[in-house]
Each structure stands twice: as structure tokens, then as C-alpha cells.
Design a binder for this molecule. Structure first.
Ligand code: SAM
Length: 323
């Protein structure tokens, strides 16, 4: 398959895990809904594989949502704007970054956001408590070259143009209008931050509020998938989703964290993927295909350098026996 385009550098992007996550998507999705879209990596990968007819891409971060809309609907203009802005950074690209950042904080212009994301390390935006973007530039790189950016933008536009509705709502608003023919893929902000603040994103969410909202989706028997929490080595970040939601949890091996690589450690990061009951039924995920797990990873599916493993923790779930 051709490389999947990715114009928007974004921390926590699911670009590399997309091939594994998509394995759990049912066939014939009418509409894929991403309430916490970020860079919309999963929508883009789903469109590239022809797995859904339509898309609803949502993120509370308004300039980000507007940027996604421009990528899909006005790719030529966006590519030209980026090229101009990128070329203006010479001879002093650091000063230029700070000037653009100041203008972005004043105007919230999504086209400036694209440049800022391309200029900071791994798209790692940071916000202060007033929601002001305060990340500094990557001093060693100049950001994606305009011709590469244009190719990526055009690639996404070819996949999503005319097929994607983009909004900037709180996820609970999105939940109100999703229905039986949708597949909802959720990748909320990381846990382990206090209250609703998360410097890594425009906003965090409360775990309890999220569970409550999920209970309702479960009662409505909707098809949904959630990427949630993380575990590195023996450390678990955040909480599991409760058994009352009756979801199946699968662990994905997401590779080594950049921090442990720097420290020369061999810790591997794991991510949980939860499938709703209605989805496991639709996928025919029968208990007879599974057995209660022991404590070792037994199933490894390797694809694009990403491994998926199913293993046991104190949380009851099943390991897949590949036959
Ligand atoms: C982990 S990131 C998603 C990354 C995405 N899967 C990707 O591949 O780029 C979580 C996103 O949720 C958004 N967010 C935070 N609170 C939200 C809320 N209440 N409703 C909707 N989106 C929210 C953040 O702005 C952030 O972009």
C-alpha cells in the first residue's frame, strides 16, 4: 500500500499504530467518527484503506479542527500559504517562529498552527494555564519542506475531500448524535493529569465524566473503540476502564518510549485498546476463540514494525488464540 500522508505533526499521533488498530474495525463502516481526532491519523488511514464511506472529525481545539478542514477542502491554498511562511523564516528561523507564535496566539489562524506544529519537536505543542501556546521551536530543524508538506496535504485531501465533516465540539456533544451505523474511534488526552488541564493538549478530560458518557454509549449498543492508558515496563499510567462497561481490552505493544531510549533502558510502552460489546459481537469475537490468559504475551502480530500482543493483567480479559 502507498505511504499514508500525514501533513500534521502531532504528539500522540496514532499514525504508527493505525495498521494494528484498523484490524479491529468491522467491514462496511458507514461513517467513522473521531471525537478526539488530533491529527486525524486514524480517519486518514481508514480512508486510505477504503474502510468507511464518510467521516466525522472532531477536536475541541478549534484551530486544529479548522486546520483539518483546510487540509481536506482547501489543500492548494494551504500548501501555498505554508510555502510562503516557511520561506520567510530565513535567515533567522528562531525569531521567525516566535513572531508566528505571537501572531497565532493573537489570531488563532489555523494556517499558522500548521507551521508551528511542523517547527516544534514531534508536534509537541504546550499550553499555559490560559490556553496560550508557549512551546519553543526545534533548534536543529527547519520544519517539513514545502514540497513534502504540499504532497502530504494533497494526499489527505484526495482521501477526505467531500467525505469529512469537521467540528470543534466537546466529545459529549458528539456522543449525542452518533448512531447505530457509525464506528466511533476515541483517543482521549492521556490520563494522569489533574482536573481538566493538560499542558500537552489544549484540554484534558475527567476520567469519571468519560466513564459516565461511555456508559450511555454502551446502553445504546453502539460500536466503539477506545485507546486508553499506557504501561511502560511495570509502570501503568492511568486507570483501566471498569468492568461494568463490558468491553474487551487488548494490549498493543507501541514500541520503546523516546525517554527510555535516551536513558538506554529497554522498557517498552504498551497501549490498551478497548472494544465495545456491540463491536465484539459484530466482529464475531466469540469467547470460544479465546482462552483465559496466563501472564505471558502469546500472540504477536507484526506489521509495519508494530507488534500487537494480548497479555494478562489483573483486569479480566482474554487472549486471542490465532488459529
Ligand atoms: C491523544 S490526542 C488525539 C491524537 C490522535 N489520535 C492522532 O492520531 O493525532 C487527544 C485530543 O483530544 C482533544 N480533546 C481534549 N479534550 C477534548 C474534549 N473535551 N472534547 C473533544 N476533544 C478533546 C485534544 O485537543 C487532543 O487533540
Amino acid at each position: 500500500m502507498k505511504a499514508i500522508p500525514h501533513p500534521i505533526q502531532y504528539q500522540g499521533s496514532k499514525r504508527n499504530l493505525a495498521p494494528i488498530i484498523l484490524r479491529y474495525f468491522p467491514k462496511g463502516i458507514n461513517r467513522l467518527v473521531e471525537p478526539f481526532a488530533g491529527s486525524a491519523a486514524i480517519s486518514v488511514a481508514t480512508a486510505a484503506k477504503g474502510l468507511a464511506k464518510k467521516f466525522w472529525v472532531n477536536d475541541l481545539n478549534q484551530p486544529l479542527a479548522e486546520l483539518l478542514n483546510l487540509v481536506a477542502e482547501k489543500p492548494e491554498e494551504l500548501g501555498a500559504f505554508y510555502e510562503q511562511l516557511w520561506n520567510q523564516q530565513h535567515p533567522n528561523s528562531i525569531d521567525h517562529f516566535y513572531r508566528v507564535r505571537e501572531e497565532f496566539n493573537r489570531t488563532q489562524d489555523p494556517r499558522l498552527f500548521l507551521y508551528l506544529l511542523a517547527r516544534c519537536v514531534k508536534g509537541s505543542v504546550r499550553y499555559n494555564s490560559d490556553g496560550v501556546l508557549n512551546q519553543s521551536p526545534d533548534k536543529r530543524r527547519q520544519g517539513t519542506r514545502p514540497e513534502t508538506m504540499r504532497k502530504n496535504i494533497m494526499g489527505v485531501a484526495r482521501l477526505l475531500r467531500g467525505k469529512a465533516g469537521v467540528t470543534s465540539l466537546d466529545y459529549r456533544e458528539v456522543f449525542k448524535t452518533v448512531g447505530q451505523t457509525d464506528l466511533i474511534y476515541m483517543d482521549p488526552p492521556y490520563q494522569g493529569v489533574c482536573g481538566n488541564r493538560d499542558a500537552r493538549y489544549y484540554s484534558g478530560i475527567s476520567h469519571e465524566g468519560f466513564i459516565e458518557a461511555l456508559e450511555e454509549l454502551t446502553a445504546r449498543k453502539l460500536l466503539f473503540i477506545i485507546s486508553y492508558d499506557g504501561r511502560r515496563g511495570d509502570k501503568t499510567f492511568g486507570e483501566f476502564l471498569p468492568d461494568s462497561l463490558d468491553m474487551t481490552r487488548i494490549e498493543l505493544e507501541a514500541g520503546r518510549s523516546s525517554q527510555s531510549t535516551l536513558l538506554g533502558l529497554h522498557e517498552v510502552t504498551f497501549e490498551s485498546l478497548y472494544l465495545s460489546r456491540a463491536l465484539t459481537e459484530r466482529l464475531n469475537f466469540k469467547p470460544s476463540n479465546y482462552q483465559k490468559s496466563v501472564d505471558q504475551p502469546v500472540v504477536r502480530m507484526e506489521r509495519s514494525g508494530v507488534k500487537s500482543i494480548h497479555t494478562n493483567t489483573s483486569h479480566p480479559f482474554y487472549r486471542l488464540l490465532l488459529q
